[in-house]
Structures are given as C-alpha cells and as structure tokens.
Design a binder for this molecule. Structure first.
Ligand SMILES: O=C(O)CCC(=O)C(=O)O
Ligand SMILES: [Fe+2]
Length: 425
C-alpha cells in the first residue's frame, strides 16, 4: 500500500464516522470487468472496489499461470477426473445435497473424492440426473488437508487476509476452499461467514451469480422474518408471504445484479452482499473468505447482531440462570463459529504481528503483509478503532478477561501509541 492510498482509506473511514461499509445502499447498474493485469494495481482495487465494497470480475488473464488451470482441466475445458483421482482420490471431502433443504442450507456428508467423482461421472452419463440427487462438493480445505501441489498464486489484491493469517499463525484451520460440481449444482442465497469478503476463481466451467447489495435482503424476508432459500423460486412472488416485497422499489428483478463468470475469471464478493450461485457447466472453483481492516468493523457489527439474536432466543432464562451471559457466548460460538473472547484473540494476534513489524522496521513489514509499512499502519488504526468499541461493549465487559495477555486496555493503549507514531509515516 502506498502513502496516498492509506491517506485515501483513512479519509474514507473518517467519512463513515463509525458506520460499516455498505456498498452505497444501491446496486450499481452493472458489475465492472477488469481486463488487463498490467493496468490494474493493488491501489486501483483498494480504492475502486474494496473500500466502496462493490463487486467486480477480473479477466482470466489474472489467473493465467495457475497450476490448477493447467493440470486439473482437460483440453476440452472439462474437469480432468483422471488427474484429480490420481492426485487426491483418497482425500475425504464434504459433499452437499443441493436437492434437500435443511433450514436455508443443504445437508452435508463426507466421502472420498474417488466416490464423488464416480457419482459425477454417473450423473453426466444419466443426462445430468441421478437417483442419488444433485451432489455438490463444497468447502474442501485442500490447502489445509493435503500437501498441495502448485494450485494457485494468491493475487496481490487479496493478500491482506487476516482470517487466513490468523489461522495460519495458529496452524489449525483456514478459509481456503475448493468447490466442484456438475451443471445444476448451486449455492443457496446467503451472505458470507462473519460478513467476510470472498474471491472465487473458476478453474474450469462457468457460474451464474446473483448479487444483492447490503440491506436489499430486508425486502426479501417472509412474514416470519426469514430470508429466502432460493431467490429464483416462484414462491418469492407470493406477496402474502413476502409483505415487504410490494414496497421494495425498484422490484427484485432490477435489484439483483447478475454476473456470468467464465472459466479462469475471478469474482470479488464484497462484505455483507447476499448472493446465490449456480454452476452453468461442470465447474471447479477456488474460493477464499477473508477479513481485513476494510471489513473488520462489519465483522464486529455482525458478531454483535449474532449475540443479540442468541440473547433474544434464550431470554426466558435470563433471570433464573446464574451464568446466562456466559451461556449466550457459548451458544454464539457454536452457532456462529466465534464468540467475543475469540474475536479479541483474533484482533490480538493480528495487532501483535503488526506492532512487531513496526518495531522491526521495513523488512519486517514486507515479510508479514507483503504490502509495506503503510499497510501495517492502516491495519493498526483499523484494529484500534474496532477494539475501542469492543472494550466498551457491556457483553465484552462481562467476559472473564483475567487470563488475557495483554489485557485489552493495555493492547488498545499500545495500538493508540502506534497510531500516533505512524501518523506522519
Ligand atoms: O460457488 C459457489 O457455489 C458459492 C461461492 C460463494 O458463495 C462464495 O464464494 O462466496
Ligand atoms: Fe458466498
């Protein structure tokens, strides 16, 4: 990150005055297509798409040299089943059944990739139909679970990725996935975990994306407050179930932004945008979820909403249960994957890495973030702003922080000192 981009970003967040990135409230007319990697810098992406929080599509030129594009695909542009079997046949992968709805998702089972590929071949032979239903390999942690070959090169635009930096530092998990499925497989309407950004590259095949800017999903709720499972369903036109629909202007057809992602192309999914995705061909994609200084406040806002929802759900036990607040945090962790304590830990790990880098000078900056000292200074300022809100939150004040090191106020003070010290960097 250069000095001018950091100054631009800091002005942007001052202008937001504590509000979260929202994509401007209205969908732009169409999704931008970025053609030429040589004419598109990190700063261009940061200022044009990441900060404004709007989607874009990068041409296949951006993924030209990827190993997976060379080795996982046949000359005809189809998944190379033989190669994948030989390389990963024994790996156990998660598989969702697109034909079965479980709440607003699909039930998952696990099977060796070998079995999934047998199913896929049968499905094709059966004219894209099978008595076993429509199965979609989703959320395969290829990098975490296999000593992967040269599969992809992380595009510089997505390199400030704190979720994966955090999990890599702990050496436990990651948010790097492979998706694979025949024509007709699809992902129901959703926004991404923790309101993260995501990026998605088609190794082969094509996807249709339907995007809704943050807030538009409110017009799609049914009379019980539930969000739709399938926005293309004719049932959505039932205005009795969807009372807000008649007031939403412009209507659904206009607000959904539709994008067709071709083979090799890369889609940027902004924070908090609901979307639904359909595979138009036999498709393999690589998808990452990521959080950084730009959407950290969105993540914190989301966690507060999640806790509030849990508290509403179990409110009848509030007065009779001694550890009610603690239980709410436990429930939140099991439903959302993280609670306030872990969020603090996440902030702490990233903050300490940035503080260490500042102490070590220029080389350290480049080594840890790849994006230079201005990026580290920007990151610290964003963490300081969010941590200020975290320590003031009454439910965080109820968390037992006695074993935390450093204490949250102490960390905040270090960050504030670093913000002052880097102001004129
Ligand atoms: O490709 C899919 O089926 C879903 C991808 C998705 O939802 C994402 O990358 O955020
Ligand atoms: Fe998604």
């Amino acid at each position: 990150m250069d000095r001018e981009t950091r100054a631009f970003a800091e002005r942007h967040f001052r202008g937001l005055g504590g509000r979260v990135l929202d994509g401007g409230g209205r969908a732009p007319g169409s999704v931008a297509f970025i053609k030429d990697p040589d004419a598109f810098s990190y700063a261009d992406f940061f200022k044009g798409y990441l900060l404004p929080n709007v989607p874009c599509v990068f041409s296949s030129a951006f993924t030209e040299g990827w190993g997976s594009r060379r080795r996982w695909v046949t000359a005809a542009g189809k998944p190379d089943f033989d190669y994948l079997l030989q390389k990963y046949g024994d790996v156990v992968v998660p598989v969702a059944n697109c034909g079965v709805r479980e709440y607003n998702s699909n039930p998952k089972e696990h099977m060796p990739l070998r079995d999934y590929i047998s199913y896929w071949k049968e499905y094709i032979q059966g004219g894209y139909s099978s008595p076993r239903g429509c199965l979609y390999l989703k959320d395969w942690h290829l990098c975490r679970d296999s000593s992967a070959e040269d599969v992809f090169t992380l595009p510089v635009y997505f390199s400030s990725d704190w979720l994966n930096e955090f999990w890599d530092a702990l050496d436990v998990d990651d948010y790097r996935f492979v998706y694979a499925g025949p024509t007709g497989t699809w992902s129901p309407f959703h926004a991404d975990i923790f309101r993260s950004f995501s990026w998605s590259v088609n190794i082969c095949g094509r996807k249709k994306w339907l995007f809704f800017p943050p807030g538009q999903e409110e017009a799609l709720r049914d009379c019980y407050g539930g969000l739709p499972y399938d926005v293309t369903s004719p049932a959505l036109l039932n205005t009795h179930l969807h009372p807000l629909h008649q007031y939403s202007s412009p209507p659904l057809e206009v607000t959904a932004l539709e994008v067709t992602q071709e083979a090799g192309e890369m889609v940027f999914v902004p924070s908090g945008w609901h979307h639904q995705v359909h595979n138009l061909d036999d498709t393999i994609s690589i998808n990452h979820n990521w959080v950084n200084g730009c959407n950290l406040a969105n993540m914190w806002h989301f966690l507060q909403q999640e806790l509030h929802a849990v508290q509403q759900e179990v409110s009848q036990w509030r007065d009779s249960m001694p550890d009610w607040h603690h239980h709410c945090q436990v429930i939140m962790r099991s439903c959302s994957g993280i609670n306030f304590e872990e969020f603090y830990h996440f902030l702490k790990v990233i903050a300490e890495r940035r503080l260490l880098i500042l102490g070590e000078g220029m080389e350290g900056h480049i080594a840890a973030t790849g994006l230079g000292p201005q990026q580290a200074a920007f990151d610290i300022a964003r963490i300081a702003e969010v941590l200020t809100s975290v320590v003031q939150h009454p439910d965080f004040q109820r968390v037992d922080t006695s074993a935390f090191s450093p204490q949250p106020e102490e960390l905040l003070q270090q960050l504030e000192e670093a913000v002052a010290a880097t102001a004129s960097l």
